[in-house]
Design a protein around this ligand. Structure first.
Ligand code: AMP
Ligand code: ZN
Length: 131
C-alpha cells in the first residue's frame, strides 16, 4: 500500500534506535520537530536550517548511519523514502517545477548527522554545483 501523507500518529513499534542520535529522538517523539509525515518505516521533517525555500528531510525510523550502510534487503525501504519524498514535493507544490533529492555520506560527503536522510530541496532555481 502507498504511504498516506495524513498518517502522523506515532506507532508503538519504532524499530532500532540509537540513544544519542537526534533523528532517533525525533522519530520517537522525545525531541519535538515539524513532522510532515510518519509511518512505521519512514518519517519526514522540515530542516531546522533550510538551504532553500523548501527543505525537507526524509528518514528511516530505524537507525541506519549512512547510505553506505544500506544492505540489499533494505531496498524496499529506500524506494519507500523516495516515494515519500516525491509525494511531499507534490504536496509542497514544487513537483512540476522540479526539486533535488540529495544524500550526503559520511565525513567527506558532508554528512553532519549520522542517521540516513534524504534532503528534499526546492522552491527556487538550485545551483548546478554538486561539489
Ligand atoms: P547532513 O549534513 O546531510 O547530515 O544534514 C543534516 C541536516 O539536518 C542539516 O541540514 C541540519 O540543518 C538538519 N538538522 C539538524 N538537526 C535538526 C533538527 N533537530 N531538526 C531538523 N533538522 C535538523
Ligand atoms: Zn538515529
Amino acid at each position: 500500500m502507498r504511504p498516506h501523507l495524513a498518517t502522523l500518529n506515532l506507532p508503538k513499534d519504532v524499530g532500532e534506535m540509537s540513544e544519542e542520535c537526534i533523528f532517533c529522538k525525533i522519530a520517537s517523539g522525545e525531541v519535538p520537530s515539524d513532522m510532515l509525515y510518519r509511518d512505521k518505516q519512514v518519517f519526514a521533517i522540515r530542516d531546522i536550517r533550510p538551504q532553500a525555500p523548501k527543505h525537507l528531510l526524509i528518514l528511516p525510523v530505524e537507525h541506519i548511519p549512512s547510505i553506505a550502510d544500506v544492505t540489499h534487503s533494505q531496498a524496499p525501504l529506500i524506494v519507500r523514502m523516495i516515494t515519500v519524498a516525491n509525494e511531499l514535493a507534490a504536496k509542497e507544490g514544487i513537483a512540476e517545477r522540479g526539486y533535488r533529492l540529495a544524500i550526503n555520506c559520511r565525513r567527506e560527503g558532508g554528512q553532519a548527522v549520522p542517521h540516513l536522510h534524504i534532503h528534499l530541496l526546492g522552491g527556487k532555481q538550485l545551483s548546478g554545483r554538486l561539489g
